[in-house]
Design a protein around this ligand. Structure first.
Ligand code: GDP
Length: 366
């Protein structure tokens, strides 16, 4: 599955958010640093209105949304790249995620200590990113010399890797993350991916504001939003405490009433899940029938047989064709038979790149 790692300094509200995210209020959000030691992993359903619509049209008995994994990664502190706090552990856990969600404390509360003693989300973001950049610096410096040797010997792949690594070193020396470097073509993109750097992963900023500012944000979250905009990174404002309260409500009706009373159109969690999903360059396709309507997740650029393989390896191996209907056509023509009559039903072959929203039915040999 695809994983989003939740990171941030201690006591910024990560566990509160994570627990709300999983609707489990078990893990205690204790009021001291280093309280979360092992990363917690949880799966959440990705809300997608299209799936409800398809199910309604096809009369599907059940609806199965696609899922996203969230990992709560223990408190990073200044000096983590040198092994301070839970440093090394933190770095190895973060290496395994596909995207990083920075939780930044944007609430004042004298009773809850901040490891840096005062509230300053921009500084906090910088501390976290600096530790990640230092870790990247170390890993590139370690790997560079042998590659330089191969590059001198004329190894084309090594030459490309060295070029990309030198660009990363230059960026990091200027205090910029690896994701900011210029990528000129697909093979350079691959070379960067092969480095598995921490600061080349996509990021989302999450501002955790006080309960009263959940709908409006506050002056601290405004600063983060401005910074995120400059860096072309998405930013979501939430109140972890409120999300925790909402997640404890039993019925959808109660949840809706509570959200309405706060002036919120949807939960912060739902916005985080959607934003996390869109960070990952993923595509959703659907399988729809009377039994179930289901959403499946694949990376952008996945071919039809590979997409079939997500359901079952037999589907990929024996792939013949994919019966394909674009989502808007399915809705406009009220299902499969209507779409066929309208001439919008397609049979796609092995080379077809699955598009977001495709409704697919695979034909295959067993
Ligand atoms: P973590 O160390 O980042 O995982 O932080 P926790 O989720 O354990 O939160 C640390 C403390 O801050 C707990 O006592 C939370 O109840 C509290 N906290 C989290 N979010 C908020 C918030 O929005 N407002 C206030 N006042 N306290 C919060």
């Amino acid at each position: 599955g695809f994983k989003c790692g939740i990171v941030g300094l201690p006591n910024v509200g990560k566990s509160t958010l994570f627990n709300a995210l999983l609707s489990t209020m078990q893990a205690e959000a204790a009021n001291y640093p280093f309280c979360t030691i092992e990363p917690n992993l949880g799966r959440v359903q990705v809300p997608d209105d299209r799936l409800q619509k398809l199910a309604a049209i096809a009369g599907s008995a059940t609806i199965i949304p696609t899922q996203l994994e969230f990992v709560d990664i223990a408190g990073l502190v200044r000096g983590a790249s040198k092994g301070e706090g839970l440093g090394n552990k933190f770095l190895s856990h973060i290496r395994e995620v596909d995207a990083i969600l920075y939780v930044l404390r944007c609430f004042e509360d004298g009773d809850i200590v901040h490891v840096e003693n005062n509230i300053d989300p921009l500084r906090d973001a910088e501390i976290v990113e600096t530790e990640l950049m230092l870790a990247d610096l170390e890993s590139v410096e370690k790997r560079l010399p042998p590659l330089q040797k191969r590059a001198k010997g004329g190894d084309v792949e090594a030459i490309e890797q060295v070029t990309v690594m030198e660009r990363v070193l230059k960026a990091v020396a200027e205090g910029k993350p690896a994701r900011s470097i210029e990528i000129k073509n697909a093979s350079e993109k691959k070379a960067l991916e092969m480095l598995h750097l921490l600061t080349s992963k996509p990021i989302l900023f999450i501002c955790n504001v006080d309960e009263g500012s959940a709908a409006t944000g506050n002056s601290l979250s405004a600063k983060v939003e401005e910074m995120a905009k400059k860096r072309n990174a998405p930013c979501v404002v939430i109140s972890a405490r409120i999300e925790a309260e909402i997640s404890m409500l039993q019925s959808d009706q109660e949840k809706k009433e509570f959200l309405d009373s706060l002036g919120l159109p949807e939960t912060g969690l739902s916005r985080i899940i959607k934003a996390g999903y869109s960070l990952l360059d993923l595509v959703t396709y659907f399988t729809v029938g009377p039994k179930e309507a289901r959403a499946w997740t694949i990376p952008i650029g996945t071919t039809a047989p590979q997409a079939a393989g997500v359901i079952h390896t037999d589907f990929e191996r024996g792939f013949i064709r994919a019966e394909t209907i674009a989502y808007p056509d399915y809705v406009e023509h009220n299902g499969e038979s209507g779409t066929k009559k309208a001439g919008k039903f397609r049979l796609e072959g092995k080379e077809y790149i699955v598009q977001d929203g495709d409704v697919l039915h695979f034909r295959f040999n067993v």
